[in-house]
Design a protein around this ligand. Structure first.
Ligand code: AMP
Ligand code: ZN
Length: 469
């Protein structure tokens, strides 16, 4: 087996991944800021973070994954105030939508989802440590990190740092300009802002502080992997390093893994640009979440993904091809006794090549495009062999076993017992259209097909209702 290589933003190189503790990986993924519904760009990032974890597990590693929920931050406070709600109430539907989106996209739950508001004591402790080590100063009731006190500042984003200069202070959590700034750790209380009464004074944490405190509390001072999209490299991750290494004096994260954005018309999908799609909108366009999962996974995380309707159509076709191949395999397996001998070596060769190509692609910085290429080569070759009568039931079983081996990684196979809401609704619409045109044979066929999949219909004056058996 080849080595797993990951591109590390810290070194700007693809490096062989070796966990600090043999057999065990600790990873932290920056999670959502819950001031609105996640868009599919956010979901892209959460999806490949989960893919990374799944592949580490495929390689036999035990993974602990932590994803924070930022539930106190500038934008949340701004929008909660606009809505006339306290932040705790305001964030509830967005947290729900976040978990709902992950579930629909088959993202496996992380081991911990710490919320910033529940880690205030750990944040205070971290600032106290930084204070002791001479990295902070206070002004107008806020506490800042003095960037020039940390020689390595800038090593992740490669911003220029001049240790002789006095930097201007920045209060805002996010800033665009790629230059060093003294950033805020603890913000003094302001009117109409939530605050905590602490040894640092009354106030609230800065965003960067939240992630340093939560990650180190749950994963230790040094851990293996930190993920996020490229917009977080500066200042967020640079500042996380400054806080964590400034406080502990130890290396914070060994591999920084960043993914590219999901773009729309060559622009980053973002709420502030107003060019977003949510998962719900994709579903309203009658695409199954599995199709979105496929479309997002088909582009490797470090490649920009330009989102179009055509990309969803392509993904839909790909998923359909996979599904019909799986059904064909089942038919082949069912058509012969289980212990039927191999017809020839065709199956073994195909399987061997498939697993090797899949692993080599994934080992190469999670090249999902290559991994899917290996899958479709297998499907094409197996279909050709089936057409020629050259694959036995034994071969089909072997191929199925190989597919089940990689299934926990990609998780893109339609689940046969899972009928999706969008699919049911499409079939009901088709049935209504058939009834309208008095094609009762077709409408009965659709009703029976739905019943066979456990869906019961009830025709009411208000339209057709359905429920699961
Ligand atoms: P936020 O909720 O804004 O804090 O973002 C959550 C995660 O989504 C972060 O890792 C962001 O870097 C990431 N993200 C934001 N916009 C995009 C995008 N257009 N494409 C991919 N990831 C994104
Ligand atoms: Zn973060």
């Amino acid at each position: 087996m080849s080595d797993l290589k990951l591109f590390n933003t810290l070194t700007r190189e693809k490096e062989t991944f070796l966990p600090l503790r043999p057999g065990e990986v600790r990873m932290y993924s920056c999670g959502p800021t819950v001031y609105s519904y996640p868009h599919i760009g956010n979901l892209r990032t959460f999806l490949w973070s989960d893919l990374l974890r799944r592949y580490l597990e495929y390689r036999g590693l035990r993974v602990t994954q932590v994803m924070n929920i930022t539930d106190v931050e500038d934008k949340i406070i701004r929008d909660a105030n606009k809505a006339g709600q306290d932040i705790g109430t305001y964030v509830v539907p967005f947290i729900e939508a976040f978990f709902d989106g992950l579930k629909k996209l088959r993202v496996r739950p992380a081991d911990h989802y710490p919320r910033a508001t529940e880690y205030i004591p750990q944040m205070i402790e971290l600032v106290k440590q930084l204070e002791t080590r001479g990295h902070t100063y206070t002004a107008d009731g806020s506490t800042y990190f003095r960037v020039s006190t940390l020689p390595g500042y800038g090593k992740l984003s490669r911003v220029e740092i001049d240790t002789t200069s006095d930097y201007s202070r920045i209060e805002s959590d996010e800033y665009e300009k790629e230059s060093a700034r003294d950033f805020v750790l603890w913000k003094a209380k302001k009117e109409n802002e939530p605050s905590w009464d602490t040894p640092l004074g009354e106030g609230r944490p800065g965003w960067h502080l939240e992630c340093s405190a939560m990650s180190m509390k749950l994963l230790g001072e040094t851990f293996d992997i930190h993920t996020g999209a490229v917009d977080l490299i500066f200042p967020h991750h640079e500042n996380e390093i400054a806080q964590s290494e400034g406080a502990s004096g130890k290396p914070f994260v060994r591999y920084w893994v960043h993914g590219e954005h999901l773009n729309i018309d060559a622009q980053k999908m973002s709420k502030s640009l107003g060019n977003i799609y949510t998962l719900r909108e994709i579903e309203e366009m009658k695409f199954d979440p599995l199709v979105l999962r496929y479309a997002l996974l088909s582009v490797p995380h470090r490649t920009k993904l330009n989102f179009t309707n055509a990309s969803l159509d392509d993904a839909k076709n790909a998923v359909a091809r996979i599904e019909s191949f799986l059904l064909r395999l089942e038919d082949t397996i069912a058509s012969a006794p289980k212990d039927a001998a191999h017809a020839d070596d065709a199956g073994d060769a195909m399987i061997g090549k498939f697993l090797t190509d899949f692993q080599e692609s994934m080992d190469d910085d999670l090249n999902t495009a290559g991994a899917l290429g290996a899958l479709f080569t297998l499907i094409r070759d197996a279909n050709t062999a089936l057409d020629a009568g050259k694959l036995s039931a034994g071969d089909a079983n072997g191929i199925k076993a190989a597919l089940m081996k990689i299934d926990p990684v990609l998780d893109i196979f339609p689940r046969r017992d899972e009928v999706l809401d969008s699919e049911v609704e499409q079939m009901i619409e088709a049935r209504n259209a058939a009834r309208k045109s008095r094609d009762f044979k077709e409408s009965d066929r659709l009703r029976d097909a739905l019943i066979a999949r456990g869906i019961l219909l009830e025709d009411t004056p208000g339209g057709t209702r359905w429920r699961r058996r």
